[in-house]
Design a protein around this ligand. Structure first.
Ligand code: BTN
Length: 190
């Protein structure tokens, strides 16, 4: 039973590998440094949202954990070609930690909303926004405050700029994935 849940079919492995590649490619776009905090504007977080949206809680989580495992091993897959444990434990570590849970939270919330017949795009956007933007910014700010020896309020305030950009990213992710979901390869959601 447990083995059945953990083991992946060739099809699932292919989809997970594709998602890892998508997240990595988004990291090839260098981050835009802001100057006032050591956290860049990046595109890669769109990949994390897409993982939950397209692959669902199980496969999306496997894809993101696999991606971050490769980063921990030292592969330069984070934006701007960074990787390794030192990066993970740096000022952006909180955002990266939050990414581990984003596909699970988005995927489960999405399934729940569909169960209750809430299939509208606006509901889907709110789910992606809550977990892919607000949750990530919140966890990221807690760690950032600790790293910069500043207050949580100051860290949260410095994150407000990200919320605007990430809201646009969430809108793009939802509009793309709602179209892609009709493709059979992405219709598996366990
Ligand atoms: C890293 O590559 O070290 C992770 C960077 C995390 C950047 C965060 S993710 C949420 C927010 N939106 C952005 O565009 N940047 C920050």
């Amino acid at each position: 039973m447990i083995r059945e849940k953990i083991s992946l079919s060739i099809h699932e492995m292919t989809v997970v590998a594709m998602m890892v590649a998508i997240i990595a490619v988004l990291g090839a776009v260098p981050g835009i440094p802001l100057g006032f905090i050591p956290v860049p504007i990046i595109l890669q977080n769109m990949g994390i949202m897409i993982a939950g949206e397209l692959l669902g809680p199980r496969l999306g989580t496997i894809a993101v954990w696999l991606f971050l495992f490769l980063v921990v091993l030292g592969l330069p897959l984070l934006s701007g070609g960074r990787g390794g444990m030192v990066t993970i434990l740096g000022p952006t570590g909180g955002y990266i930690f939050a990414w581990l849970f984003v596909p699970l939270l988005i995927g489960l919330s999405l399934k729940l909303s569909w169960y209750y017949g809430m299939t509208q795009g606006v509901t889907e956007f709110l789910i992606v926004w809550l977990w892919g933007v607000i949750f990530v910014e919140g966890v990221g700010a807690i760690w950032l405050a600790n790293q910069l020896h500043t207050t949580l309020i100051a860290a949260l305030t410095s994150n407000i700029l990200f919320v605007f950009g990430d809201t646009i990213k969430a809108l793009i992710v939802v509009s793309i994935t709602r179209r892609l979901r009709h493709i059979k390869a992405f219709s598996l959601r366990r």
